[in-house]
Design a protein around this ligand. Sequence first.
Ligand SMILES: [Zn+2]
Length: 287
Amino acid sequence: MIGVAGLPVVDHHCHLSPAGEGARAAARFRDAGGTHLFLATQNYEGTVPTDLEAYRRQFETTERLARQVREIAGVVAYVVVAPYPIDLLGAATHLGTEAALELHLRALDLAGRWVRERRAVALGEVGWPHFEVDPALAAAARTAFGHALEVAHDVGCPAVVHSPDLDAAGWEELAGAARKAGLPPHRLVKHYARTRRPAGIAPDVVPSYLARRELVDAVCDEAGPWFLETDFLDDPRRPGAVLDLATVPRRAVAAARASAGVGDRLAIPFVRSVQEVYGLTPELGGR
Ligand SMILES: [Zn+2]
């Protein structure tokens, strides 16, 4: 493992798919300097899961991909599992809202068991739709999110949140939801943060910033914890979306070249934030 400027290089949120590049994408990540990634589960079968067995299969696929990433690319992949919040909407059209919600809650319980058994390091993605939905479904999504935070609290792990872009009130609401569930706010990570969190707002909730150049430059002086991510989807129909998996190491190399001081700041997203939020220490030795 090479890393950048003596540091591990961590992509905090990506997806891989057996139908896409899979572990070969992780090899590109490694060749650019990447060492660790957080691999979030996704729906691999092209249909929304309508029973718990489908979620079990899905999580097992993620686990298998993580193993391949390590074996083939020599990159450490931390597994993150949960039923995708938008699944609730698709399942409701098949099962009705009530049964879909029940399935979603049980799938969150299953994800919690995976964390307890150390097969996963966090729940994710959990949250609510990033678009307008009808009130009954919106209420069900809120119930599901509340349950996700309770499970995270019970098993003692972070929750990685999928949500619309947040304004100041949205960030504060997230902090409030964590407090209500008894979850320390620094265990709550807002994934796909596309703008800098307003200064002084919900300082404990953790942003995982999309690794666009301007945003990386803008957030580099934040105290942390914060992360960088690509949200790489590994979808053959959307190659390189949201950002290509090589992006985080490329940004790290560019930042380290620009100035040694900026390079040092990268210890925040790549080491210290992982320690503070996950209790894990990424090392160049491959752990
Ligand atoms: Zn994602």
